[in-house]
Design a binder for this molecule. Structure first.
Ligand SMILES: [Cu+2]
Length: 301
């Protein structure tokens, strides 16, 4: 595992990482060999007085060797990639009966997210019938901007589309990247199966682990625990938004962190216009209780 990669939270991420690591090492070995050969040849065949350059027409044997070696490597990698690709990208291979279905609409420069609500049907906004435009439909679409909420360890299907230009839906921690095209729904799926939901006692890089909403318990038994959003982190401190107030806690004072919501960035990975670099949404991964509470609250608004 390459340590600088983001953490992996998806069921298929480890397969992607294994391929990535393999390609990385193959590339590194080839790079070192080519550069070493270059340096050796630079020295060996440098200009020397009285030595004339020799005219050579190449070596058939060498040509065959490196063509064959490259072919074996490329085909080998292709064979290893096919099952991963099918698992992630082929709709026929998707886990059926998803726990959550959402629609993500990319638009310069936001992610519009539609949760279908209790009727499990899209485009049934309250007071709007999708065909007639009447007010008879009790519709319950839940529309959010730059926020995608899912329960942890569940299968999620996403209907991805763009409303203008080509964008790219990218969640590095899911090892998932998919272009969004105008006028075409592209099915995407993920399962946050690898997200570690156990209480945290090691407070290094808690934001890298996606920790967002949680309860902090302190080593001093007299300090009452607090619940809030972890919005900033330094090597020694955690800055936590508790009911709108920003509190700073020393990591050494914290005994345990119980997380209920993890948050990961959804950057747009396709240059899509002047505001491209500002196009970022967030994937909120909830514990089941937190997800149910969030949905109930949003639906009642
Ligand atoms: Cu974009």
């Amino acid at each position: 595992m390459l340590r600088w990669l983001p953490i992996n939270i998806s069921s298929f991420g480890q397969g992607v990482d294994n391929l990535f690591t393999l390609i990385y090492w193959i590339t590194l070995v080839v790079f070192v060999l080519v550069m070493a050969t270059l340096v050796v040849f630079l020295i060996k065949y440098r200009h020397r007085e009285g030595v004339r350059a020799e005219y050579i027409e190449g070596s058939t044997k060498l040509e065959i060797v490196w063509t064959a070696a490259t072919t074996v490597i490329v085909f080998g990698l292709a064979m290893l990639s096919f099952p991963q690709w099918n698992n992630i990208k082929s709709p026929s291979e998707f886990p059926q009966n998803p726990d959550v279905v959402v629609e993500v609409r990319a638009k310069q420069f936001n992610w519009k997210v539609i949760h279908p609500g209790a009727d499990n049907e899209f485009n049934t906004e309250a007071g709007l019938d999708k065909e007639l435009g009447t007010v008879d439909d009790p519709g319950d679409d839940l529309k959010k901007l730059d926020e995608l909420h899912v329960p942890v360890h569940k299968v999620v299907h996403v209907r991805l589309i763009s409303e203008d230009v080509i964008h790219s839906f990218f969640v590095p921690e899911l090892r998932l990247k998919q272009d969004a095209l105008p006028n075409r729904y592209i099915p995407v799926w993920f399962d946050t199966k690898e997200l570690d939901v156990s209480p945290i006692t090691d407070f290094e890089n808690v934001r890298r682990k996606g920790c967002f909403t949680g309860t902090l318990t302190f080593t001093d038994p007299n300090t009452p625990s607090v619940t809030g959003n972890i919005v900033f982190e330094t090597d020694d401190e955690l800055k936590v938004n508790v009911d709108g107030e920003l509190n700073t806690y020393n990591k050494t004072d914290v005994k345990q962190l119980d997380i209920t919501v993890w948050r990961f960035e959804i950057p747009c990975a396709e240059l899509c216009g002047l505001g491209h670099s500002t196009m970022v949404g967030y994937l909120y991964v909830h514990t089941q209780e937190s997800y149910d509470a969030w949905l109930t609250e949003e639906m009642s608004n």
